[in-house]
Ligand binder design. Structure first.
Ligand code: FA5
Length: 343
């Protein structure tokens, strides 16, 4: 093609593009037309590929002509899009009416899931008793979840806390107790913390969920004894279930506490006479506890000859079920609005 032929070709491309844009009825169509002429594989590019065969003079002239054509098409495009958008607004104003006499929608205010409420209440309560809040990861290493807590590799206590193992050797933590070790390693003594959070186990029945929440408690200082544990737990039980609620400790076993105790409260439904909820025992188990095992202290770099501590771990669902009289733990996770509205 000669220079003149190319300039005339660009001219006709411009004319064709401007005419095509004027015909479009929707913004999407205008975009398509623009691309057809100005896009990477568009008609302008096809012509410009021939530029290198022209003498220098010709190149300059064709370059200028192509810029002019490009600008003209660009502005025709913008003008068209603006017009189409304005027309659309016009149409909406004309055709889409709002019935201002329709009654408004009622918004119901949510109080939150009973579990969230319960957890917040328990955190407040323990903060009032002097505990700080510490955090720990839900994906945990075998070291923090078991080993540092004195669970030997082949110990049967591990079987009671079966969980999902990840490919990298980590696992979904089975309790909040790993945070005991984490805080003992990271914090300066004395330590008085609680750690709320989600935990995971291979469990599923009306009182056991595969995902549930615990609150861990840990107090390490010089001269901490079992009396401090009982005192803290009694203060918690009085605040949570009412002053005068009976409480008892039953000998139990956890690898990371010695001695260990399961804590029961007098059944709040039958007052201790025996009913279905307490399996006619008059007592309800609410948490596990004990004095931190010297091995665990030593593993975290704390001298058990100088320091001692107590720890406890309670199930938030268990407490919520007792306080709100919820018969099946699964109700807490179903998200049924009829259930949630009651809180
Ligand atoms: C523990 O998890 C210990 N880490 C507690 C502990 C901490 C003991 C510190 C000593 C010192 P246990 O497996 O008993 O213990 O669980 C503690 C509480 O979690 C139980 O009392 C129960 O309320 C709750 N719980 C356990 N499994 C489930 C489950 N599948 N669903 C809901 N709640 C559960």
């Amino acid at each position: 093609m000669t220079t003149e032929e190319m300039i005339s070709k660009l001219d006709s491309i411009q004319g064709e593009a401007v005419a095509a844009l004027a015909q479009t009825e929707r913004v999407e169509d205008a975009i398509q037309v623009k691309n057809r002429f100005l896009g990477k594989k568009g008609q302008m590019q096809d012509v410009m590929k021939l530029l290198r065969d022209l003498p220098n003079d010709g190149k300059r002239a064709v370059g200028q002509a192509s810029n002019a054509a490009k600008n003209a098409i660009e502005s025709a495009y913008l003008e068209r899009v603006e017009a189409l958008e304005a027309a659309e607004v016009e149409r909406q104003l004309r055709e889409e009416t709002v019935d201002v006499t329709l009654p408004g929608r009622v918004f119901t205010k949510s109080n939150g899931n009973p579990l969230t409420l319960m957890e917040a209440e328990l955190i407040d309560l323990f903060q009032e008793l002097g505990f700080e809040v510490a955090d720990g990861p839900e994906i945990e290493s075998d070291f923090y979840n078991f080993e540092a807590l004195n669970f030997p590799d082949d110990h049967p206590a591990r079987d009671m806390q079966d969980t999902i193992m990840l490919e990298n050797g980590h696992l979904l933590r089975t309790h909040t107790s790993p945070v005991q070790v984490r805080t003992m390693l990271a914090y300066e003594l004395p330590i008085q913390v609680i750690s709320p959070g989600r935990v995971y186990r291979h469990d599923f029945d009306p009182t056991h969920s595969p995902v549930f929440h615990q609150i861990e408690g840990l107090h390490v200082d010089k001269h901490i004894t079992m009396r401090d544990l009982v005192g803290a737990l009694k203060a918690f039980v009085d605040k949570c279930f009412g002053v005068g609620t009976k409480m008892r400790l039953r000998p139990s076993y956890f690898p990371f506490t010695e001695p260990s105790a399961e804590v029961d409260i007098g059944c709040i439904f039958c007052g201790g006479d025996g009913c279905k909820v307490c399996s006619h025992t008059g007592w309800l188990e609410i948490l596990g506890s004990g004095m931190v095992d010297p091995n665990v202290l030593r593993g975290a770099g704390i001298d058990p000859e100088v320091y001692s501590g107590y720890a406890f771990g309670l199930g938030v669902e268990r407490i919520a079920m007792l306080k709100y009289e919820i018969p099946d733990i699964r109700l807490l996770f179903d998200n049924d609005i009829r259930f949630l509205r009651q809180f």
